[in-house]
Every structure is written in structure tokens, then in C-alpha cells.
Design a protein around this ligand. Structure first.
Ligand code: IVH
Length: 700
């Protein structure tokens, strides 16, 4: 393809995407892919200026819609040039000749121009193509933060004020819930909802949406102000909404610091931002620098990595969790989002796949905000070709071929019933034992769990059940060869040629035990003395999480006592209840489950709390009787479990949350919200040594 042909192609694409974005409120590509196309075209044009014919690089926005009357701006509404790295920011700093710079959030909203005459709002319009926009006066009049009349004094004859209309993040989810409940199509993101809400024929609809505006500049204005920061102070004194987050930075380095700081605060801001706008603060320098046809030279947008991208949904597969739950997940064309590469996204259950309306083969919108797990928001229906196919939930377990079925009638989730031998369930349970919520065994991560349960060699894996975990030997570990699995999906990773990666998992090249093997055995040994609740949690009994497990262990003192208790006795324990009690009984009814507890006991796992006197020890007339006591933070002379066992032995109740009824709180270092709550409620707080002294005085 010749350069001229490529330029033509890029122009056509950009035109199409802009029109979809500005007229249909639909993003056919992600912002970052779009930026890339524009950058490519700009680079081509810079090298070959003869290619610049009616190019979108010289224009702003999209075509005008026919929904609204048109409004001609007195001064054009421009766009901004972008920087994607510190180097690009420094290059711009060189071009403009240094600071001071005004830095502020780049609001991901909809650009709007307000015209005030003698202090009265006379018109409001969208940017349109930069010269002519849509007249949305009636709609903007419904936005509460936009004053119809300026306050204060010294209002100019006429002023154009530029800013961004946005949809507050806090209200966005609620809006979409309402739209979906009414059978409508939800907005893909807050920016689309701002644009969709403002560009309504009926201003009543706009009025019903909690839109807000922040202003960040001006168009036509005979002013005698000398800096951008003074402009903000003046606009603010007139009652216009300006950002409180702006900062004047002395130089590019300080501007860079601002960029970094705002990125870490990105998710605590009330609206979406996609970067920082950095402006030369001095207004006379701004006019000296001037502008190109589309953007001022005195400002630049530093763009953060995108949190929302478009990618292809290649397939939907199903993974099996540790309690057998079948969860569909998306296999995506790998894509970078929020700074990391994403290839998979969970879809929770088949109802969710249906309600999102996604088909296999669709281009989908994928969102990953910071550290939050990636989520598919929905399809880009405008890009469908007709070859997309609907996802069918499988009827059999993908790993052991058992028939999937709901655990009980009316359950949306399907489960694999083969809990004993389904390789997926065993692998997930073993990995869970190693996790922080359970036994917290560093060397027993997902990948080790897979190697122990599904090695390529030896064919018979060392673990056919978690019963044998604590009696593993080095001889069993050494021969293991295994696939390298992706922790998110359990699927094998592949080398460059598409073959699954295989490793000698626990052995070094010279045949000696590898670090992981030695560490795993040492870690397992230490884990035998973990707090009892962690051991109970590790059994993967449905509904028994850390909170219930703590409560059960504190009450009964040993696994033996827990499993010997009747359903009624179990249900009476604080935070347990009938569902959980039934689940515990059901679990214990299986022979192979009892074998796990028995083998763990034989291997030396501590199955009771040292010093606990058993359920009978809760003497009604002990010195702590009638008292609810909370232990929080880290203790040094005993574990939290032991402290709670002592409380119970003396007739008290060990609770996990603080209330007005709490007698006192024992707080060690690292205590957080419980300590705060106690202080708020005026509940007595003592430290570990005071607690030990109190115990001594009571038991002597
Ligand atoms: S200043 C002459 N400041 O981003 C244009 N723009 O991508 C000066 N935007 O067209 C614009 N937040 O609509 C400026 N704090 C901010 C902004 C901001 C968002 C928008 C604006 C601009 C677009 C460019």
C-alpha cells in the first residue's frame, strides 16, 4: 500500500470513528487505539506534507448532528495534543520554554462552552467541529452546578467559558441499573452517560440526571487577568465550578510529580479522569505561543494508560472452582489495559453472559480499573459481522466429564458433583489450602497445587486427595514434571511455537531437590501448628469461611468436638446458623472427608486449640461470664486463638466485631477498624500485657 493510500485509509477510519463517537455516542475503538491511528496519520503527514488534504488531524470533533440548532463559537473550541510519557512531556517543556505550569485533572467528559452576557447565561453548546457546535442551552440550564447568573461583580460584557460536563461516578451504576430494569441498553461508561444525558431532545430527561460541570478555561473574553490560576480564582468568585485539584508547578519536574500523584489518587476522584492537562500559567506567554489549527501550543494532555479498551472475545470457556462451581470465563485477544496484559475475564455465571448480551466473536469493551479484576462491559454491536455465535453452557464438567447440575433447585450456578476425584476441584482445594485465607503456605500456590495433582510424570500424582498433603515426602516430589499453568484460568501456558510449557517442577538440573521442594516441605511442617480455624477453613466445607471457622473453633476447641456436635448445637454458635450447620454435617457424612481429618491428625497437624477446655468449659459462672470480649491486632505472648480460648474458658464470649455491648477490647499492634470502633463507642481498650495481668489475677 502506498503512503497516500494508507493516509486515505486512516482518514476514512478516523472519520468513521469520530462520527460514531460524536453522533451515535458509540466507541467503535478504544481511546488509545484511536489515538494511535491519529498519531500514525500525523506522522505520515509530517513526513509528507503533500498528503494533507482535508485531514482530520487539522480538525476537531465530528460532523454536526441535526438533533439541535447549531451554535457558532466566537473563538474556536480546540483539542489538545497528547503526551504519553515523561520524555514527551519534557520535549513539550523544551518547546514552550519552561514553567510555571498549571496542572489539573483531565476530566473524561463532554466539552461544553457557556456564553455569559452581562453576567447572564445566554447560551450553552457542545464543541461540534470546533467552529460550530450544538445548541444545548435548555439542557445545560438543568445542571445545578451551572449558574444562570454570575455572582459577585465586574462581569464582562460577554465571555465564553469552557469546561467539561460529567456524570459523577457514584451515580453511574445506579443510572445503568435503572436503564436495564426498564429494558434499555446501559451506557458503556460514565462519559457516554454524560454525553447521552446532555444530548437529549427533552431537557426534562437531562434534568433527571445528576450531571455536573467543571470549567477549565475561556474562549472569547476581553480580560485583564495575567495567569490561568488567576482566571480560576476569578471564575470561582463568580460562582462557576472550578476544580480544587489544580496546582501550579514551577517546572516540568514538579508537573511530572503532579502527574504521578494524581495517578495514584485516580480512583478516589468523583469523576473519571484520563490524564492531566498541563498549561503554561502565564496568559501573555500563552498568546505568544499561539495554536495550531486544532490545538493550543501552550497546553498538553498527559494521558494515563487506558482503563477501558476494545478487544475480541475469542471464546467462552468454563472453569471449575474448589466447591465444584462452574464459572464461564472469557478468552480474549490479549490486550494491554491499566498497565497490564489481559487475556481472560470471569463472567460469573451463564445469566451474566446472557445479560451482557455478548456473543463469541464479538468485539467487546473490557475495563480494568487499577487493581480491580478485569470486567467485560458489553459488545460493540455496530462491529458485528453476523458470524458471531451464542455461548451454550456445557452440560458436562470440562475436566472430569461428570454431568453438571445445580446444587439445589432454583440455583443459577451449575456444579460438578464429582468433588472427590474431579482434578479441577482437587487442584483448586489444594491451592486454597495454601492461600492467605486458609493455611497461608507460601510455597503452595496455584502452580504447585497443579503440579502435585496433575503432573505429566509420574502418571499417578502424589496427591489423589488433600488427605496426603501433610505426609508428602521429598521422594514423591522429585520426579514431578508438570505443565506451567496460568493461575487465572488453570490453562497451560505455551511457548512461542504453541506447545504447552513443561518443567521439572521440584528438581534442579543436577537432580538435587530444588528450592521450591525444600521450601514446600518446610512450609508444610510449620503449617501443622497453624491456628485451628485455618485448618477448619482448609477443609473447603461450603459456607465455612474464616469468620464462621473462628467462631466454631473458639466455641468447641477442637475439630473432634465440632464434628461430634449435633446440627442444633452447631447452629447455636454465634455467626453459624442452620445452613452452615447442615453443610458441616453433610461434609462429615462422607467417608473420604473423615479420612482427610484422620490423616492430617496422624501427620501431626494440630486439631485442637492448646489449653481449650472443650465446649463444656464455657462455665456460666466464670469470671468473664456475661462479657463479650474482642481480640484484635497481633499478640506476642499467645496467638489470637489462644487468647480467645482463654476468654471462653473463663465464661466469656469471644466476638469478632465491636459493639456497644462489648465489655472490652484487647488490642495488639496493627489493630485497625475494630480499635477505632471501640474508641468511637467509648469501649474499654487494653493491651496484651494488661490482658495477661488480668488473666493472672483471675486464675490465681
Ligand atoms: S483545557 C483549548 N483542561 O479534553 C483546549 N481541557 O482531549 C484547552 N478536557 O478539548 C482545553 N479536562 O474538552 C482542558 N482540565 C482540562 C480538561 C480538558 C478535559 C477536555 C477538553 C479538550 C479535550 C482534549
Amino acid at each position: 500500500m502506498s503512503k497516500a493510500e494508507r493516509a486515505e485509509e486512516l482518514r476514512a477510519l478516523i472519520e468513521r470513528y469520530r462520527n460514531a463517537y460524536y453522533l451515535e455516542n458509540e466507541s467503535l475503538v478504544s481511546d488509545s487505539d484511536y489515538d494511535e491511528l491519529e498519531n500514525e496519520l500525523r506522522a505520515l503527514e509530517q513526513e509528507n506534507p503533500e498528503l494533507i488534504v482535508d485531514s482530520p488531524t487539522e480538525k476537531v470533533g465530528g460532523a454536526a448532528s441535526s438533533l439541535f440548532a447549531s451554535h457558532r463559537h466566537l473563538e474556536p473550541m480546540l483539542s489538545l495534543d497528547n503526551a504519553f510519557s515523561l520524555e514527551e512531556l519534557l520535549a513539550w517543556d523544551q518547546r514552550v520554554g519552561g514553567g510555571p505550569y498549571l496542572c489539573e485533572p483531565k476530566i473524561d467528559g463532554l466539552a461544553v462552552s457557556l456564553t455569559y452576557e452581562k453576567g447572564k447565561l445566554v447560551s450553552a453548546s457542545t464543541r461540534g467541529d470546533g467552529e460550530v457546535g450544538e445548541d444545548v442551552t435548555a439542557n445545560v440550564m438543568t445542571i445545578s452546578s451551572v449558574p444562570h447568573a454570575l455572582s459577585g461583580s465586574n462581569h464582562p460584557e460577554q465571555i465564553e467559558i469552557r469546561g467539561e460536563v460529567f456524570f459523577p461516578l457514584a451515580d453511574f451504576a445506579k443510572l445503568n441499573e435503572g436503564i436495564v430494569a426498564a429494558g434499555g441498553k446501559p451506557f458503556a461508561n460514565p462519559r457516554n452517560s454524560a454525553s447521552g444525558s446532555l444530548r437529549q431532545k427533552d431537557p426534562q430527561v437531562t434534568a433527571s440526571r445528576p450531571l455536573q460541570m467543571l470549567v477549565h478555561g475561556f474562549g472569547a473574553w476581553q480580560s485583564n487577568v495575567s495567569s490561568q490560576s488567576e482566571v480560576y480564582e476569578l471564575l470561582s468568585s463568580w460562582g462557576l465550578p472550578t476544580t480544587k485539584r489544580y496546582k501550579v508547578a514551577g517546572d516540568a519536574q514538579e508537573a511530572g510529580d503532579y502527574v504521578e500523584k494524581l495517578e495514584s489518587d485516580r480512583h478516589s476522584i468523583e469523576h473519571e479522569i484520563d490524564g492531566v492537562v498541563i498549561k503554561v500559567d502565564d496568559l501573555s506567554r500563552q498568546s505568544e505561543l499561539g495554536r495550531t489549527s486544532r490545538a493550543p501550543r501552550w497546553a498538553i494532555a498527559y494521558k494515563y494508560p487506558p482503563e477501558q479498551v476494545n478487544t475480541k472475545l475469542l471464546d467462552i470457556r468454563v472453569s471449575i472452582g474448589r466447591t465444584g462451581r462452574a464459572t464461564p470465563f472469557a478468552v480474549l485477544e490479549p490486550v494491554r489495559v491499566a498497565g497490564s496484559e489481559v487475556e481472560f475475564a470471569t463472567l460469573h455465571n451463564q445469566d451474566q453472559v446472557r445479560s451482557k448480551g455478548i456473543l463469541i466473536g464479538d468485539t467487546v469493551v473490557l475495563r480494568k480499573a487499577g487493581d480491580v479484576i478485569p470486567e467485560i462491559l458489553g459488545p460493540v454491536t455496530a462491529l458485528r459481522t453476523g458470524s458471531e455465535t451464542e455461548f451454550q453452557m456445557p452440560t458436562k464438567c470440562p475436566e472430569c466429564s461428570s454431568d453438571l447440575a445445580p446444587a439445589s433447585e432454583g440455583d443459577v450456578d451449575l456444579r460438578c458433583p464429582n468433588s472427590r476425584s474431579c482434578p479441577a476441584q482437587l487442584r483448586e482445594r489444594i491451592a486454597y489450602i495454601g492461600s492467605r485465607s486458609a493455611m497461608d503456605i507460601e510455597a503452595l500456590g496455584y502452580v504447585s497445587a497443579a503440579a502435585l495433582t496433575q503432573p505429566i510424570e509420574p502418571k499417578e500424582p502424589p496427591l489423589r486427595s488433600e488427605a496426603d498433603l501433610f505426609s508428602l515426602t521429598i521422594e514423591q516430589l522429585l520426579p514431578i514434571r508438570s505443565y506451567v499453568l496460568d493461575p487465572d484460568t488453570g490453562l497451560p501456558k505455551h511457548d512461542g511455537e504453541g506447545n504447552p510449557k513443561v518443567t521439572d517442577f521440584f528438581r534442579k538440573k543436577d537432580g538435587e531437590p530444588g528450592e521450591v521442594a525444600l521450601k514446600l516441605l518446610a512450609n508444610l511442617e510449620e503449617a501443622k501448628k497453624r491456628d485451628l480455624w485455618r485448618i477448619l477453613v482448609s477443609l473447603s466445607i461450603r459456607h465455612v469461611g474464616p469468620v464462621a471457622a473462628r467462631s466454631l473453633c473458639n466455641h468447641f476447641g477442637s475439630l473432634e468436638a465440632i464434628f461430634a456436635a449435633t446440627e442444633e448445637e452447631l447452629a447455636e454458635v454465634e455467626g453459624v446458623g442452620p445452613t452452615l450447620a447442615a453443610s458441616i454435617k453433610q461434609w462429615w457424612d462422607e467417608d473420604w472427608h473423615r479420612e482427610i481429618v484422620e490423616s492430617w491428625g496422624k501427620a501431626g497437624v494440630a486439631l485442637s486449640i492448646p489449653g481449650h477446655q472443650g465446649p463444656g468449659s464455657m462455665s456460666a459462672d466464670g469470671p468473664f461470664s456475661g462479657m463479650t470480649i474482642v481480640v484484635t491486632g497481633t499478640l506476642s505472648q499467645m496467638t489470637r486463638d489462644e487468647a480467645e480460648a482463654k476468654i471462653i474458658a473463663l465464661g466469656g464470649k469471644a466476638a469478632s466485631s465491636v459493639s456497644k455491648k462489648t465489655a472490652f477490647v484487647v488490642a495488639g499492634p496493627g489493630a485497625g477498624s475494630k480499635l477505632q470502633k471501640a474508641e468511637q463507642l467509648g469501649v474499654e481498650v487494653i493491651d496484651e500485657s494488661a490482658f495477661v495481668a488480668r488473666l493472672a489475677s483471675l486464675t490465681n
